[in-house]
Write a protein that binds this ligand. Sequence first.
Ligand SMILES: O=C(O)CC1=CCC(=O)O1
Length: 260
Amino acid sequence: MPTVNLTNHTCFYTVEDAGKEDTIVFSNSLGTDYTMWDELVPILRPYYNILRYDTRGHGQSTIQADTVSIAELGQDVVELLDHLELGKVYFCGLSMGGLIGQWLGIHAPERFKKVVLANTASKIGTEEGWNSRIKQVREHGLESILDGTAQRWFTPAFREKHPDVVAAILEKFTQNSVQGYTACCAAVRDADFREKLQRLQVPVLVISGEQDEVTTPTDGEFMVSRMPQARHVTLDANHLSAVELPQAFAESMLHFLQKD
Ligand SMILES: O=C(O)CC1=CCC(=O)O1
């Protein structure tokens, strides 16, 4: 599968071009890679071309620095679109991917027809919380936060019913580099769109997980109240809602992309 040398790193991506008019770009969450969309993509493939990529420092995309910003991760997306000569696309990002989507909607609105921001917030967590996680991972590795990560990402019912899906995603999590993961923790820590969201004029769908304690439905409501063209859907899922409920997630997206 292809890679491209962008300004600051080598970006891994996959394109499924079915000759459709429109393309959806998918942006993964912290600690996952492009395979987090594996259950969702087959449902959307009949309608759209699909572009997935690994965020800098994740999966097969490289990183050369100990910190990175959401602005830099947003520029990566614009560079990737330029490389692929894609003019105006749909964007779907989850959690960190949703922060990237907020940056893109504000700073590169001419490149996006509509934006889906899933399981995200205009400000995620606290500075102390992120600094403590960065320290923990630098000193003890990604394995040391595996259990807590599984609990934040999946409902107990999903973990019980789909242990293979959970194991595959957690396996990918531990394969990330400490440098890539902690650099992106810093990007999430430093991002704050609370006072900037009114500048996001592109149509937006916010998807929240009713059981998500990291980025809550209240966070989603706040975002929607600040953006001029936004609507809100909640799903009975935890943080990785696109993994837990791909059919409901896809139906919400299709309704938004095709009807709203
Ligand atoms: O792993 C977590 O804590 C959840 C999360 C926060 C930002 C992100 O992308 O995932």
